[in-house]
Ligand binder design. Structure first.
Ligand SMILES: [Fe+2]
Ligand SMILES: [Fe+2]
Length: 140
């Protein structure tokens, strides 16, 4: 996919990612496991592409010494945590036989709630701080 490369497009992508997660969770609640897994794969692809663009901005921020409110390492650590949590959900989803139980689905949604919490803070941080410094594309 072509990744968005400006602040408005990146903020819009946050909302899209939230909607993708909702669609995945709807499929999960309906016990439509193949759909839930497929939607999660799509979610992770978009998430990874989004983070890749942001990482290029973070490299620029570091090189140029942007006056960020939070250090670059905070953003990077959150990215790593977000990707790890999303991968853990994917791993659980692949365990198809276990995923057939209601208890398993509840546990998975709880795990996704942790990811949602991290994302909520992370997105707010980016939109209030990092994205405000996007004046021009990073040098390639
Ligand atoms: Fe991010
Ligand atoms: Fe983001």
């Amino acid at each position: 996919m072509t990744a968005p490369a400006n602040a408005v497009a990146l903020a819009r992508e946050h909302r899209r990612l939230e909607r993708l997660m909702q669609r995945h969770q709807r499929a999960l609640v309906d016990a439509r496991f193949d759909w839930a897994a497929q939607r999660w794969r799509r979610y992770r692809e978009r998430l990874a592409a989004h983070i890749e663009v942001e990482e290029s901005w973070l490299a620029e921020a570091e090189t140029q010494g942007w006056p960020l409110r939070w250090p670059v390492r905070v953003y990077r650590l959150e990215h790593r945590r977000i990707l790890e949590l999303a991968a853990a959900v994917a791993h659980e989803l692949e365990a198809a036989p276990r995923a057939r139980t209601a208890d398993f689905r509840i546990a998975l949604i709880e795990r996704e709630k942790t990811l949602k919490g991290v994302l909520e803070h992370h997105h707010a941080r980016e939109e209030q701080d990092l994205y405000r410094h996007f004046a021009k594309p990073p040098a390639r």
